[in-house]
Design a protein around this ligand. Structure first.
Ligand SMILES: NC(=O)c1ccc[n+]([C@@H]2O[C@H](COP(=O)([O-])OP(=O)(O)OC[C@H]3O[C@@H](n4cnc5c(N)ncnc54)[C@H](OP(=O)(O)O)[C@@H]3O)[C@@H](O)[C@H]2O)c1
Length: 301
């Protein structure tokens, strides 16, 4: 039976580059994304390159669709040997998901966690799992502080679900929500590594990657134009700098994490070196409490 690797959020940015890099591996690339047209175009592109891909439509902000997508993946005739959990968003305006949650909480945490909970038990022994997170969860990371982030501001999953964060956070709309939801996903990744010792589960801080679609949707027209057409051209020029990357480099790193890296429970930086998470995140009891809270919340809802 063919071996398959799942890539979520593969129709743009580093996820797309990861899917293209994985197409060369000879394995079936299981493309999971929310936009049918973009999915089909990518599937065709991979076929053109001589690779093999199947498309699974999934909006991560809608838990019912996530569950359906998981069932569809599990019904495929492939041995699942890898999973790159890369889909994510950064919003500016408060928006609600299909189930009434703050959109970033649903998209960055509830959806990916639900998919992983359904898929991980069915991965082949030794399968590699990657979670694309963000170091903006660390309130002591100066690079992120200078950009306006104030770190992860977690209180409870119920508060996160409604976009409620303690006062004293970032002055920029959406920053506390992004830092907290990506931090929560990092906590999940590190906990999964402990819960599934037969898998290799790692997390990636991909670096500030200019020229992807992250946060572009919510920008004003001029900034949108710059983000869409200028940054993809000049972004790669900065990609060798500390804490920075390009969509291509980040995508190749994601592909490596789901094909060749043999560690588990490691948090990697944009250059592929192990890095430290925030002090809070290094506390196993904090991570375990968050994941238990998340499981309880999703079960009750
Ligand atoms: N860029 C950075 O500087 C940076 C830094 C640290 C971490 N990250 C993380 O890296 C990951 C990839 O982001 P990127 O920078 O490559 O941005 P991107 O180009 O916007 O890619 C994000 C991907 O997630 C998908 N997505 C968003 N909302 C979704 C939803 N509700 N359902 C299904 N898919 C959804 C997008 O789909 P569409 O193609 O349909 O839009 C896209 O394919 C994200 O998890 C992000 O948080 C990025």
């Amino acid at each position: 039976m063919a071996e398959g690797i799942i890539v979520t959020g593969c129709t743009s940015g580093m996820g797309r580059e990861a899917a293209l890099a994985l197409a060369e591996s000879g394995k079936t690339v299981i493309l999971v994304a929310r936009n049918q047209v973009k999915l089909e175009l990518l599937q065709d592109e991979i076929a053109h390159l001589g690779g093999n891909a199947v498309a699974v439509l999934c909006d991560f902000s809608d838990l019912e669709r996530v569950k359906k997508a998981a069932e569809q993946i599990l019904a495929l005739d492939v041995v699942l040997v890898g999973m790159a959990n890369n889909a994510g968003m950064q919003g500016v305006y408060a928006k609600k998901s299909a189930q009434g949650y703050e959109l970033a909480a649903a998209t960055n945490v509830f959806g990916p966690f639900t998919l992983a909970e359904m898929i991980l038990p069915h991965l082949a022994a030794g399968a590699r799992v990657e979670f694309t997170v963000s170091a903006v969860e660390d309130p002591e990371r100066q690079f992120a502080v200078h950009a306006g982030f104030r770190g992860m501001r977690y209180t409870t999953i119920a508060n996160m679900a409604q976009g409620i964060y303690p006062e004293g956070g970032s002055a920029n709309p959406g920053f506390d929500s992004y830092a907290t939801t990506k931090g929560a996903l990092l906590a999940c990744a590190l906990q999964f590594a402990g819960e599934y010792p037969h898998l290799k589960v790692n997390a990636l801080e991909p670096g500030l990657t200019l020229g992807t679609g992250l946060g572009v949707e919510a920008q004003k027209p001029v900034l949108k134009f710059i983000a869409k057409y200028i940054l993809p051209l000049i972004g790669p020029l900065f990609s060798n700098r500390p804490n920075m990357s390009s969509p291509k480099k980040a995508g190749v790193l994601i592909a490596r994490l789901v094909t060749t890296i043999d560690t588990t429970g490691v948090y990697y930086n944009e250059k592929g070196a192990p890095m430290e998470a925030s002090k809070q995140m290094q506390d196993e009891s904090f991570r375990a409490g968050l994941v238990a809270d998340l499981r309880g919340f999703l079960k009750r809802e």
